[in-house]
Write a protein that binds this ligand. Structure first.
Ligand SMILES: NC(=O)c1ccc[n+]([C@@H]2O[C@H](COP(=O)([O-])OP(=O)(O)OC[C@H]3O[C@@H](n4cnc5c(N)ncnc54)[C@H](OP(=O)(O)O)[C@@H]3O)[C@@H](O)[C@H]2O)c1
Length: 313
């Protein structure tokens, strides 16, 4: 659990759903030693999913007005927080302007700045999983359950890939509410992309099984719904079959991880490769902490941060 900060400490807020259970609490003190900032302490703020705008505004005001606060990392609430309080943030980086999400809230000369790092960090994680030219080599598509902040960021990363072989022919986004799909469609329409993006409003796992069954081999199936961590269950049923040679990518690394376990049961029979959200987590935290502390995360520092995170996992 995060410890209350002492009077001389500086505070780094962690805005999430169940922040007390995150590995970040164990990792953060070691990371602050590596950044040379041991006086910075992590303090969690939990919001329920799709919390009231007033609650998000209160959190942002707390970050802005507390002189001991250096900034914050936002997970899950990246879209809702910005939607609730765009007027409280003085600067948005280009990715935050495109996606309308903020994962890092930092301070500069008394101004509050919002950055969206997920297009970078989801991208770094995906590149490490698939390597160069994956879609040209395999013909796989992407099926993404969840069109919230991280699903949107993953799609933006793919749209921005300069080499055609690094872009899938099809990206199918499935989301429970229509609003998130409409938001994604607006983002896609503001870019010229050859990726065929499909938007499916659905929360029925049986229908998701059918979508999965229609994919070509080597497709990437992503669970970006938060199911199996933030909420119970999985977007697919136990009978759902992954495409052969699929990559099953669970965006979380903790919780019941039902989707990941469903995929693990198909590793041998269907040659499924299963990846959890650990690398995404480490990249995400490293970029956000670097931004909030205004320190560059060099490859050498990232290697030390990743090793320290692995040691406390
Ligand atoms: N490893 C990491 O570092 C890392 C990084 C980013 C995200 N994540 C994890 O990934 C998950 C998603 O994060 P996020 O930031 O994208 O959250 P988000 O913005 O809340 O997006 C989640 C989306 O999933 C949709 N959804 C929920 N249940 C669904 C269902 N049964 N069927 C279809 N869609 C459903 C939600 O739709 P509604 O609009 O209907 O609510 C929402 O749009 C979280 O659990 C987060 O912790 C992990």
């Amino acid at each position: 659990m995060p410890q209350p900060a002492a009077a001389h400490d500086l505070i780094f807020y962690f805005v999430g759903v169940t922040t007390g259970s995150s590995f970040a609490n164990k990792m953060f003190p070691t990371w602050m030693e590596l950044f040379g900032r041991p006086e910075v302490k992590l303090v969690g703020i939990d919001h329920k999913i799709h919390d009231n705008p007033a609650a998000y505004r209160a959190t942002l005001a707390r970050i802005k007005d507390d002189p001991a606060c250096v900034g914050a990392l936002v997970t899950t609430h990246k879209l809702d927080m910005l939607a609730a309080a765009p007027d409280l943030i003085d600067y948005l980086d280009p990715y935050a302007q495109i996606t309308r999400e903020v994962s890092a809230i930092s301070k500069r000369d008394g101004r509050l700045e919002g950055h969206a790092f997920d297009p970078i960090t989801a991208g770094l994680s995906m590149d490490a999983i698939v390597g160069k030219d994956y879609f040209a080599r395999t013909g796989g598509h992407v099926l993404c359950f969840g069109a919230g902040g991280s699903g949107l960021a993953t799609l933006l990363h793919l749209i921005n890939q300069p080499a055609p072989g690094d872009r899938p022919a099809r990206f199918i986004a499935v989301n429970r509410s229509q609003g998130r799909l409409d938001h994604m469609r607006r983002m896609v329409e503001s870019h010229a992309t050859a990726i065929g993006v499909e938007y499916i409003q659905n929360a029925d796992p049986a229908r998701n099984d059918a979508l999965m069954a229609a994919l070509p081999a080597h497709s990437i199936v992503i669970n970006a719904t938060g199911m199996g961590k933030d909420t119970p269950g999985s977007p697919i049923t136990n009978a759902g079959l992954f495409p052969t040679y699929a990559i099953a990518w669970e965006f979380n690394y903790r919780g019941a991880l039902d989707f990941m376990h469903q995929a693990l049961r198909q590793v041998e029979a269907r040659h499924v490769t299963v990846v959890d959200g650990w690398a995404y987590f480490v990249h995400g935290w490293a970029q956000v902490v670097g931004q909030v502390l205004h320190q560059e995360v060099t490859p050498a520092l990232f290697a030390r941060l990743a090793a320290a995170a692995a040691a406390v996992r």
